[in-house]
Design a protein around this ligand. Structure first.
Ligand code: ZN
Length: 703
């Protein structure tokens, strides 16, 4: 290294270059360098910063992920209220909005110019920059107060940590965080591979991600962002102003179009399809154009936001109690289609759950061909009285899988209806009788050797959360079973490399014409290596992978910690099992039933002989943690909006509480998210205290 090397200058250079390429990639979708070249810059920066730790700045691209989980989100107040927008659903309503604006403007028949922007179907966000540096990111919350999600916002690569030539002082830039379609599909593929239920739509996934307590997870999701509003700081917040009075002093934008250009020039992500429209006709044309074209975008949009372009006129128009008078949101019509319901079939899951789905005459909807739709459960089919042969209305919202809205009656072609659909009484795969627990709406095939269940179980065994055997997905599992190479989990460990290399696998659901059946080759060798590696997995993974009913990841870890070896788990009585912290009677019974079954005993023996590890390295259970909630038992049920159930559990446990899976008299509190079902009922019956999510947040997170 020469004398003249100036680390400071090189660091600056690298940071500027990295930000430039981030912008090209994440905002303009037009990279100038390859991923490798970009990584090289990033690595050089990391190395240099490691060497000169004093020169690390908070806005360095290496500082995006804080890496530590946060305890909860603090509440922050917005500079000015984040108002929602009035909606227009038809062109007529759009023209009525224009009438009101022109009347308010006193413009007579003279047209008013608008800016039309695509409405991003995501989560609203307010970014605060101070002297050009990102200070804070907050969710919309109730409009006045939101949650401080800065650590998560920093992980979004489209959002600059510092502005390029931004104005001095404090400013708030507002926009929307969203999950790009491609990332949403990738996440769902991963969920499916892991045997988990995929997310229904990108918007909720983005919202859930933003409110996740782990910035590392947020970074991995790959959120995008668009900014569309500027609010400058000028003393106490005023409702409904155009948001530019402070900057106006400094020769700042006088129109919304100029604002968008300024935001983009500072390096903020601005959605590029916005258009200035000279009158309402042009606005209507823009809305009509994008109602179709939106399928080509890489993000979900559910409408067009129309704003008066002249900021002075905005101030004149002001707001109502709820909405600004100078803007409206045109909602695209719901995407629906009609087709014929060819059949109602059922699908058998790993636990034997049998659920109906609709087989449709393929129809084009929202840019894709739809041949299947979800039907939830037998009761849903009965309630909608759907019958094979019906013409049906299907709808696709932001959800991946379209749903059947209703049957169109009478049949448009006057065809007679078939008899009401009946849930089959036997399993379509193995023919055994289906059963339904009294409390459940789900019908099940109870046959453990049911081929459908075995296929799904095998997928679960290999999934990321269980034995984590990469490459052993649904199509390979199907082939292995079909060709008789594998009958149970243990057989997997007797596969030879050449058997797998020469195996021909057809893609399960061909996504393109290139997806043709092919020999596994090298992939097969990798699977063998993965299998070999999985032998040394900890006992808890194996316990979870076996698919014992009611034994999730957490119960598996508890059993492993407490009993230390498979032998001891298999030989424990129901009473002994319950001596483990948090193992209740339901899990204990289920483990005992599994262990008593000779087939399962042989299976475990076979796995052990194959060299699969039967012990744990987890630490022994320590004395109960002491915290403000020590001695209390919580049960979580339903979906929490603001955090995952895992995050909530972790939080409670850190405070000393036990988190149990079922409600009993000993339960202290049941926390009920949306769609809380039987557990909420049970809590009410037993007189156990229940909290909704708001109470949970107020009492536990204290925001
Ligand atoms: Zn079956």
């Amino acid at each position: 290294m020469t004398q003249s090397f100036d680390p400071h200058a090189r660091l600056e250079q690298l940071r500027d270059a990295i930000r430039h390429h981030e912008e090209r990639y994440y905002i303009h979708d037009d990279p100038e360098v390859s991923d490798e070249e970009f990584d090289k810059l990033l690595h050089e920066l990391e190395r240099l910063e490691a060497e000169y730790p004093d020169l690390v700045t908070p806005d360095s691209p290496t500082q995006r992920v804080a890496g530590r989980a946060v305890e909860g989100f603090a509440t922050v107040e917005h500079l000015a209220p984040m108002l929602s927008l009035d909606n227009a659903y038809t062109e007529q309503e759009l023209r009525a909005f224009d009438e009101r604006v022109r009347r308010g403007a006193g413009a007579g028949d003279a047209p008013v110019a608008y800016v039309a922007e695509l409405k991003i179907d995501g989560l609203s966000l307010a970014l605060t920059y101070e002297n050009g540096k990102l200070l804070r990111g907050a969710t919309r919350g109730d409009g006045t107060r939101g949650e401080d999600v800065t650590t998560n916002v920093r992980t979004i690569r489209a959002i600059p940590l510092s502005l390029r030539n931004g104005p001095a002082g404090r400013l708030e830039a507002r926009g929307e965080v969203y999950l790009p379609r491609a990332n949403f599909e990738r996440i769902n593929r991963e969920m499916e591979d892991a045997g988990e239920t995929p997310y229904a739509n990108a918007r909720n996934t983005a919202a859930g991600t933003m409110r996740n307590l782990s910035p590392a997870l947020v970074a991995k999701r790959g959120l995008g962002a668009f900014i569309y509003q500027l609010v400058a700081d000028h003393g106490p917040a005023q409702a409904g102003h155009s948001g530019n009075q402070r900057l106006a002093d400094a020769g700042a934008p006088r129109t919304h179009s100029d604002t968008l250009r300024a935001l983009a020039a500072w390096g903020l992500p601005v959605e590029r399809h916005w258009r200035r429209c000279e009158n309402v006709d042009e606005v209507a044309a823009f809305c009509a154009e994008w109602a179709d074209k939106r399928q080509t975008l890489e993000f979900e949009t559910d409408g067009v936001v129309i704003k008066v372009d002249d900021l002075a006129l905005r101030d004149k128009l002001g707001t109502t109690a709820k909405f600004p008078r100078w803007a409206t949101a045109f909602k695209f019509p719901a995407q629906q289609a009609t087709t014929t319901l060819k059949a109602i079939e059922v699908n058998v899951g790993r636990t034997g759950a049998v659920t109906p789905y609709a087989v449709l005459e393929p129809v084009k909807l929202a840019g894709s061909t739809i041949g299947m739709a979800t039907l939830h459960n037998a009761e849903d089919v009965a309630r909608k009285d759907l019958r094979p042969g019906d013409r049906v209305l299907i709808e696709k919202g932001g959800d991946v899988i379209p749903k059947v809205v209703k049957a169109i009656l009478p049949h448009p072609e006057g065809l007679p209806r078939s008899d009401p659909w009946q849930m089959p009484t036997t399993c379509p795969e193995c023919g055994s009788a289906l059963h339904r627990d009294e409390e459940e709406v789900v019908w099940r095939c109870e046959n453990l050797s049911c081929p459908a269940r075995i296929r799904r179980s095998m997928e679960h065994f290999a999934s990321r959360g269980a034995m984590n055997i990469e490459g052993l997905g649904a199509s390979l599992v199907d082939q292995l079973i079909e060709q008789g190479l594998v009958h149970d989990y243990a057989d997997l460990y007797h596969l030879a490399a050449d058997q797998l290399e020469n195996l021909v696998v057809a893609p399960k659901e061909p996504r393109s014409e290139r997806a043709v059946p092919r020999k596994l080759g090298k992939v097969g060798r990798n699977v063998i290596q993965e299998l070999e590696r999985s032998k040394s997995n900890d006992l808890w993974r194996l316990l979870f992978a076996l698919g014992i009913r009611h034994v999730g990841e957490k119960a598996a870890a508890t059993l492993a910690r407490h009993f230390r070896s498979m032998d001891r788990v298999m030989s424990a009585s129901v009473e002994e099992l319950q001596t483990a912290l948090e193992i209740g009677p339901v899990v204990a019974d289920s483990v005992r039933a599994f262990a008593s079954e000779p087939v399962n005993q042989q299976l475990v023996e076979k796995l052990s002989k194959a060299g699969v590890k039967m012990t744990t390295d987890l630490s022994e259970p320590t004395a109960e943690p002491v915290g403000p909630l020590t001695g209390k038992t919580f049960v979580l049920t339903g979906t929490l909006e603001s955090m995952t159930r895992e995050a909530a559990t972790e939080l409670l446990e850190r405070l000393g509480a036990k988190v149990a899976g079922s409600v009993s008299k000993k339960t202290s509190v049941v926390v009920c998210g949306s769609d809380a079902g039987s557990k909420l009922e049970k809590a009410r019956q037993l007189g156990v205290e229940t909290w909704d999510e708001q109470q949970f947040r107020a009492n536990i997170i204290k925001d």
